[in-house]
Design a protein around this ligand. Structure first.
Ligand code: AMP
Length: 472
């Protein structure tokens, strides 16, 4: 985040130069494209760059997390160190954040699991033996010191059963949370409100690994009213008109009639578009996959409300699973049922974010032809793992390296459940001819209906396969 941006926030929340930001920031491992190019998320590139590592002192951008902790590739050591430093600095912290809401909730969960050890370190001035990274150890040697009063305080707060408002209890001067809660992250707003006692949520930026898109010039606006102003100098922006009512809006890559792209200056207020960018790095008319609605203009630059990501069914953290991937995963997993003469007759899914980290729930209705030879609990657990193995590498990285996604769960429902689901949709006005089983559900009555028909639950028994290809 740039100096100017924090100063912009300062004009809404004065005094941000008088304290620090507790930001949970992480690097991810690098991979290689099939052609051998280095691939990594944009923030990992930024944190590893000299722009970040040797940034000049700026009172608006003082973080509690040392660079060494942010750059530590081991996610446990990185999080532990950032939390420990945040606790030592608790009175100076004026804002708490992470890139996405899911990351901040992961930090809260980490505190729930690890506060006894953190308290011990603060009380004695010694360090958890799991911290072994040499550069982290070196920087912590100047920070970790015995502070028994602070240890007592953290122990008393974290030891309570009720964690409501824990953020402001531990960091009492926090004025707002700085996390993205637009788009798929909106699902985390109630949980963040619970832990922060309803602090304002600032969604500052709209960006991707391919390109930085825009800023929120009104950072304290309600999440549902956030608009991002496109920064026209970041790329060449074009827009594909999107008809929210049309199933196959947009263009077909193989179509002989190329679509009419609209230039940045020609978008119209109230209309929806799919974002298309041509970047300095060489992407030509790349479809980002985001649907945006124009809400206004700042000078001549259009402002957009983020509507949704196209085709994404499930997302917990930075993972994005579409319908085709989910279908393939179900198909692969159901191979394991063949020898039991069992098949998956219907399925749907749900992103369960009530647990931290959140996890995918897949509802299965099974046809067991020979009840005497029905698949066992172990086989169904293996089906969970088989689904995870089929999902994309960002999902598996979240499971294995980042611990940002919990084990996938299959909930087997009673026979006839999906028919009931259809009846329910029809009772609410769906057309019987056009009814299609939703491959993802979030509407509470539907989730409740499914849950009330569950006959057994199964979890992935181990982590799926994922290995980073490290750069030499
Ligand atoms: P990645 O390329 O993995 O960094 O993900 C970029 C994508 O994350 C974008 O194309 C959006 O779909 C989503 N994203 C990034 N910033 C925001 C935001 N402020 N609000 C909603 N979604 C966002």
């Amino acid at each position: 985040m740039s100096l100017n941006y924090v100063m912009l926030c300062d004009s809404y929340v004065p005094g941000l130069d008088k304290g620090k930001g507790l930001y949970f920031l992480f690097v991810k491992s690098e991979t290689k494209t099939p052609g051998g190019l280095l691939a990594r998320p944009v923030l990992t590139s930024y944190y590893k760059s000299d722009h970040f590592k040797t940034r000049p002192y700026d009172p608006y951008n003082v973080y509690t997390s040392p660079n060494e902790a942010i750059l530590c590739p081991d996610s446990f050591q990185s999080m532990y160190t950032q939390m420990l430093c945040g606790l030592y600095d608790r009175q100076q912290v004026l804002r708490v954040g992470a890139v996405f809401a899911s990351g901040l909730l992961r930090a809260i969960r980490f505190l729930q699991l690890n506060w006894p050890q953190l308290v011990q370190d603060i009380r004695t001035g010694s360090l958890n033996p799991r911290i072994t990274d040499p550069s982290v150890l070196e920087c912590l040697s100047g920070i970790v010191r015995p502070e028994p009063e602070l240890a007592d305080f953290v122990e008393a707060e974290c030891g309570k059963d009720n964690w409501e408002g824990i953020i402001t209890r531990i960091w009492p001067n926090t004025k707002y949370l700085d996390v993205i809660v637009t788009g798929a992250m909106a699902q985390y707003i109630p949980t963040l409100d619970y832990y922060s006692g309803g602090l304002p949520l600032a969604c500052t930026m709209y960006a991707s690994s391919e390109c930085y898109f825009g800023l929120n010039l009104n950072p304290m606006s309600k999440p549902s009213e956030v608009s991002y102003t496109i920064m026209p100098n970041m790329a060449y922006f074009e827009f594909l008109p999107h008809d929210p009512d049309s199933y196959s809006a947009g263009f077909n890559r193989n179509s002989t009639n190329p679509p009419k792209l609209v230039d940045l200056v020609d978008v119209e207020i109230g209309k929806e578009y799919e974002l298309v960018i041509t970047t300095y790095a060489g992407l030509y008319r790349y479809r980002v996959g985001d649907i945006l609605r124009v809400t206004g203009f700042h000078n001549s630059a259009p402002q957009f409300h983020f509507v949704r990501r196209k085709n994404v069914l499930l997302s917990i953290d930075s993972d994005k699973t579409d319908e085709a991937e989910l279908q393939k995963a179900v198909e692969n997993a159901s191979q394991l049922l063949r020898e039991y003469n069992t098949s998956v007759v219907e399925y749907t899914s749900y992103a369960d974010t009530k647990t931290i980290p959140g996890h995918y729930v897949i509802y299965w209705e099974l046809l067991v032809k020979d009840p005497a030879n029905a698949p066992s609990q172990t086989v169904l657990n293996q089906c969970c793992l088989a689904m995870e193995e089929s999902l994309n590498s960002v999902y598996r990285q979240g499971r294995v390296a980042d611990n940002s996604i919990g084990p996938l769960e299959i909930r087997v429902v009673k026979n006839g459940t999906f028919e009931e689901l259809m009846d329910y949709a029809i009772s609410r006005g769906a057309s019987i001819n056009q009814y299609k089983v939703p491959r993802c559900v979030s509407f509470t009555p539907i989730v409740e209906l499914l849950d009330s028909r569950v006959v057994s639950v199964h979890f992935s028994p181990s982590l799926p396969h994922w290995t980073p290809e490290r750069r030499r």
